[in-house]
Design a protein around this ligand. Sequence first.
Ligand SMILES: Cc1cc2nc3c(=O)[nH]c(=O)nc-3n(C[C@H](O)[C@H](O)[C@H](O)COP(=O)(O)OP(=O)(O)OC[C@H]3O[C@@H](n4cnc5c(N)ncnc54)[C@H](O)[C@@H]3O)c2cc1C
Length: 416
Amino acid sequence: MSTQKYDVRSVDVAVVGGSLAGCATAIRFSRMGHRVAVFEKKAVTEDSYKRLCTHFVQPHAVPLLDGLGLAHLREPGWSVATKAVFVTPGGVVETPGGYDPGQPDSYALNLERRVLDPAVREAARKQGVQYLEGTGVESLEEDASGWTLDTRGADGPRRYRARLVVAADGRRSRLAGLLGNPTESRPNERAVLFGYFTGIEAPEGNRSVFVMNDRDLACTYPLVGGRTELVLFAEKSRVDNWRGEERLERFLEYFDGLEATPSMAGAVPESPLLGYTDYPSQIRRPVLGSVPFVGDAALSLDAMSGVGCGFALQSADLLARSFAGRSLDEAGLRAGLADYRERFESTILPHADGICGDSLVGKDEATRQRMFTTICRSPELSQKYLALTGRMVQPAEFQQAFMRGLMSQRAGAARK
Ligand SMILES: Cc1cc2nc3c(=O)[nH]c(=O)nc-3n(C[C@H](O)[C@H](O)[C@H](O)COP(=O)(O)OP(=O)(O)OC[C@H]3O[C@@H](n4cnc5c(N)ncnc54)[C@H](O)[C@@H]3O)c2cc1C
């Protein structure tokens, strides 16, 4: 490849994609002393943010903000510390207690993307990362000493060299296409609609309430400034014909018809309803050749699980840990990538099957009711269920606890 007509710039790590996973990766590699550039194809202004996200950050990911210089986002004014309450067909599952700032993985955060996205970009720049907005990576090629990336931005084409390239370019990952990382797609049988409102009373303790209603999930999230986000994951056929001006009315009527949510009588919309009708889960390999994939580029699951932001931060964390203390020479790269693949496959990937299973609406209702009745009867199992949905424990650990709980409840019933 000729480099004559290009002014070639050189970095240690080129991160493709400048959203959550990309910025988190860049900050961590820069802190290790590497020269890092982030390429973001969109033109980004100071307050640009991802709108199609309901920004519930699960407990496992809350402590990861600290390592990015974003500990302040846990404070009131930036986000709302919250805990999940699940209203299930077998009863209510809720997390007891208040909020202990010294134990950041004991609660979730309603952290809006309008706050998080500018903050993580700013943290990357402060850390010394070169953030190249409006610069898309169009192609890349590997040789014995690293990668050549061809980019296009407002100033035209530019060529960069890097030892390590990280794919953080989201669920439609161009790098996956260019490098041949296969995409496994799993169906999602629900659509989502969501919006922001004032005039809805926040539940006591700022709990986020998840109501399993029929085959839908209706969620209320308290936000900063006394606002509320309402989110409905519904069977597609239910919301298909909610159109035009009627849509908002039907949406609010749905929430008003639920016993566990506050009255919608005073609800005033702050924005039009947003959403999607088809959003299959997508699974890719965490490493393809010598390129690691992080965030949605690696795994983009049904948004009903509320895991994408957390997994974006966690995959960046796992990648950084895998390269800690290693150089970016050939041996260091090989070992770091093997380590990352192993960590990703043992920590994040095991959650995919259960989440994809929940995306199907055809589950037998009687079985679901039995399962949640078993969970609700046992405080220990209830806490394990919350730990699973907060991604604090692996699905296998929950399943073992569930089987133990089921057997002891059956034995108890037989003794009576
Ligand atoms: C409706 C909805 C609700 C959601 N709710 C939640 C929730 O409550 N909680 C939660 O944790 N997650 C949620 N998610 C998921 C979450 O939004 C994503 O998982 C998260 O944003 C992924 O971040 P990312 O950085 O990996 O990818 P993205 O945010 O998609 O960023 C990828 C970036 O790469 C850039 N890019 C792409 N190609 C190139 C290229 N060739 N060159 C340079 N740049 C490129 C893009 O412009 C983009 O900025 C939700 C998602 C949806 C759709």
